[in-house]
Design a protein around this ligand. Structure first.
Ligand SMILES: Cc1cc2nc3c(=O)[nH]c(=O)nc-3n(C[C@H](O)[C@H](O)[C@H](O)COP(=O)(O)OP(=O)(O)OC[C@H]3O[C@@H](n4cnc5c(N)ncnc54)[C@H](O)[C@@H]3O)c2cc1C
Length: 415
């Protein structure tokens, strides 16, 4: 590339991936006046296999981005959460008020949500190019070179720095050497249903009829329609019991859950679509030379609930804050990139380790039946379980299985 071209096409930040993580980062960066190029291999609007559930954590960032009003009009408002044990017993509670976040959830199909987010980034000044499949991000003397394919032809873009927000697609981080091995994942699949009975303004998190350790969900999209799905954590010893595909976990749930009659009488209006989820944040790299990783590209999906939109939005915002500080000070030293990693660890590491432990200890038939049975009689435990599922529970810094048990059974540490 000639020096001329390099100078003319130099963006401040090239963001790879226009999901919630990439679009949030692009929005905050462009709003600050930086020259931002957002790239995606897909054309928008595009679908993404997801439960479409926006937790209070997610709504809090969306509010900060000025999008809560628009999304509240588009999405289905959820005021509470119901947890079903493998034996079919259930507990239900309203979503608690916490940390000043909205005390409700929204269910917004990703086809709509991601397009609104991308449009918002563009309205704040970011540029967007679709059908750009990024194959490498390489360091240069004064920035990064982003190499890609568009319609079979090689293209490249130059940036001072890059944000990689490519979700669970690990090809790019593997090729760049950011990831050395295939990280642990869970798999999940979902479909949309119409004419589904038994819905209200609560979401259902279900462990009945699902291969364990795993879970299923029924997230209403209206009074009579829902996003229904199931996932499985194929890690450690559970790998041997893993369903052959995410669709198989889904089918097991549809056939065996206590909701099977309602589902059998409803109308499935979409294919059953599956995708992996990266849940390896505690050991995942979050930066490389000239690049920050955000969202699922940094392993940021809650390893208990499978929620990742919230962490993608939060990390996209944190990445933008750190990059803005670099541009404001002109300091692009390694220490600045390490500071981003530290910020993410401070915010998420203890929570993710805690959720890993809870999954290992409690996502089995016996423990779940016991916990839900106990929580039906103890309001404090019920609230605690709901806060853990929402990624909202303060957790101890140092964890032993005993401490995790103490938090769960005594409600210790809950505020
Ligand atoms: C079945 C299922 C159900 C789920 N349910 C929920 C839920 O209810 N709530 C929740 O919060 N989370 C849920 N999740 C997790 C959530 O979908 C993800 O964590 C979230 O989408 C991560 O956002 P992201 O921006 O990091 O990545 P993504 O949303 O995956 O976006 C990545 C983008 O990068 C693009 N891309 C990838 N590679 C390249 C490349 N090489 N070049 C150019 N572009 C590229 C992709 O096209 C995509 O647009 C679910 C996941 C699954 C699979």
């Amino acid at each position: 590339m000639s020096n001329d071209l390099w100078t003319r096409d130099l963006y401040d930040v090239v963001v790879v991936g226009a999901g919630p993580g990439g679009s949030a980062a692009a929005y905050y960066l462009a709003r600050h006046g930086l020259r931002v190029l957002l790239l995606d291999k897909a054309d928008f609007p595009r679908d993404k296999a997801c439960g479409d559930g926006l937790t209070p954590r997610a709504l809090s960032v969306l509010d900060d981005m000025g999008l809560l009003g628009q999304l509240s009009q588009t999405g289905c408002r959820i005021n509470g959460l119901e947890i079903y044990a493998p034996n079919g017993r259930s507990i239900a509670a309203p979503i608690p008020v916490s940390h000043g976040r909205p005390p409700y959830m929204l269910v917004v199909p990703r086809l709509i949500l991601d397009n609104i987010l991308r449009d918002h980034a563009l309205a704040s000044g970011a540029q967007f190019e679709s059908h750009v499949h990024v194959t490498a991000v390489e360091p240069r003397d004064d920035g990064v070179s982003v190499r890609a394919e568009r319609d079979g032809a090689a293209v490249s873009f130059a940036g001072r720095v890059a944000v990689i927000a490519t979700g669970a697609n690990i090809r790019l981080p593997l090729r760049m050497g950011l990831l050395r091995d295939i990280p642990p994942t869970m798999v999940a699949a979902r479909a949309y249903y119409n004419r589904l009975a038994g819905l209200n303004d609560y979401i259902q998190l279900r462990f009945d009829g699902v291969p364990l350790p795993g879970y299923a969900w029924v997230f209403p999209t209206s009074a009579t329609s829902a996003n229904v799905g199931a996932g499985f954590f194929a890690q450690g010893k559970a790998r041997r019991r893993a369903p052959a595909s995410p669709q198989e976990a889904f089918t097991a749930f549809i056939r065996a859950s206590h909701a099977k009659d309602d589902l059998a009488h409803a109308q499935r209006i979409s294919p059953v679509k599956g995708y992996p989820l990266r849940i390896d944040f505690p050991t995942a790299p979050t930066f490389g030379q000239g690049v920050l990783l955000a969202g699922e590209a940094a392993g940021l999906v809650n390893p208990l609930s499978g929620e990742g939109i919230d962490y993608a939005l939060e990390s996209g915002k944190v990445a933008a804050e750190h990059l803005i500080a670099m541009f404001d000070t002109g300091d692009f030293s390694l220490a600045r990139f390490e500071a981003y990693d530290r910020a993410l660890r401070e915010r998420f590491q203890a929570l993710f380790l805690f959720c890993n432990r809870v999954r290992e200890l409690f996502l089995n038939r016996l423990a779940l039946n016991l916990l839900v049975g106990l929580a039906a009689r103890r309001v404090d435990l019920k609230l605690l379980l709901i806060r853990i599922v929402l990624g909202d529970q303060p957790v101890p810094e140092r964890l032993s299985p005993r401490k995790v048990l103490k938090v769960i059974l005594a409600g210790a540490g809950s505020s």
